[in-house]
Write a protein that binds this ligand. Structure first.
Ligand SMILES: [Zn+2]
Length: 318
């Protein structure tokens, strides 16, 4: 049965009322929104002055964080043998040949150990009150971590010279990582420090190996005075090679060996070398200390001829 006409009209009116109410509600919201958007900027909050105790607290917090930062920096230095800011300026493809020629400082360096002659070298350094840098082979260090601990305890620096004395220029990035990561792990385990320097075996390097070393936090350290101790059988010749080298002077880095073979020549030459240095107003410090004195002398790739030594020969320069 159809609804009466009056009932249908009432239904239409109700629908219209609902529609109008919705329209008014929407218009109302738009007006309110526009008014909100156009409201005047809120007045700035009155400036509040912190109480003196709050200021004191802030100052104390700042001092504490500065102290924390200084402590953290010291800790990092304690873990890394910091080489100072001058090294940052050295081109990434270059190595370091010598330190800045200041203060009569030189650096005695000993490669290829530790070995049975290392302890004699340590005793002589102590007696002459000189500090040195030991570029150790991981394969040797693994057998005698106590030697590394003694080096560090007596103020010397322990740094990597690779694991197996392989020429770096012959190695892939993967093999370079294997040689140095493993060696550095032995050093870290023994002395609790991360080396910031390394010495390439045989003195063989190129732009690629130097960049690889820098990317791994190690600066390549070469030398300016070669004692040639590894192939001489008269300690006087070793002494002459050092003390009469035209390159001997402040900043010089001196190459010697405490491992790899019979190093009695080195041990026998060392007292006269250190006496001679002192007579010339020179004193040996560690490589990181030498590098902190000023801009070092750099050495570009291609300056040292790549090694001509037979593969596997560990009696070598560097
Ligand atoms: Zn070597």
């Amino acid at each position: 049965m159809a609804a009466p006409a009056s009932a249908r009209r009432a239904q239409v009116r109700r629908r219209r009322r609902v529609g109008l109410a919705t329209l008014f509600a929407v218009v109302g919201l738009v007006v309110i929104g526009a008014a909100w958007a156009m409201r005047p900027e809120a007045a700035p909050a009155p400036v509040s002055y912190a109480s003196q105790s709050a200021v004191d607290e802030a100052a104390a917090a700042a001092a504490a964080s500065a102290q924390e930062a200084a402590k953290a920096a010291k800790e990092i230095e304690g873990r890394t043998w910091a080489v100072g800011p001058y090294v940052e300026e050295v081109p990434k493809a270059d190595g370091i040949a010598a330190g800045a020629p200041v203060k009569g400082l030189v650096a005695l360096t000993f490669d290829d150990g530790p070995g049975r002659y290392t302890y004699d070298v340590l005793a002589l350094l102590k007696r002459h009150r000189m500090k040195a840098t030991f570029f150790v082979l991981g394969s040797m260090a693994e057998r005698d971590p106590a030697a590394l601990r003694q080096m560090a305890d007596e103020g010397h620096v322990v740094a990597p010279h690779s694991w197996s004395h392989a020429s770096m220029v012959t190695l892939s990035a993967k093999d370079l990582a294997a040689e140095f990561d493993r060696t550095n792990a032995v050093i870290r385990e023994a002395v609790g420090r991360v080396p910031a320097i390394q010495r390439p075996p045989f003195g063989d390097f190129d732009g690629r190996t130097n960049r690889w070393s820098r990317a791994h936090g190690m600066v390549p350290i070469l030398w300016t005075v070669d004692s040639n101790d590894w192939q001489l059988d008269d300690p006087r010749e070793v002494v002459r090679n050092v003390l009469e080298a035209p390159t001997l002077g402040p900043g010089a880095i001196i190459l010697l060996h405490d491992g790899g073979d019979d190093r009695s020549m080195t041990v026998n030459a060392l007292p006269a070398i250190m006496d001679g240095l002192r007579k010339r107003g020179l004193r040996s410090v560690t490589i990181p200390e030498l590098l902190r004195q000023g801009p070092p002398e750099t050495i570009a790739p291609g300056t040292y001829a790549p090694s001509t030594y037979a593969e596997g020969d560990t009696a070598n320069a560097g």
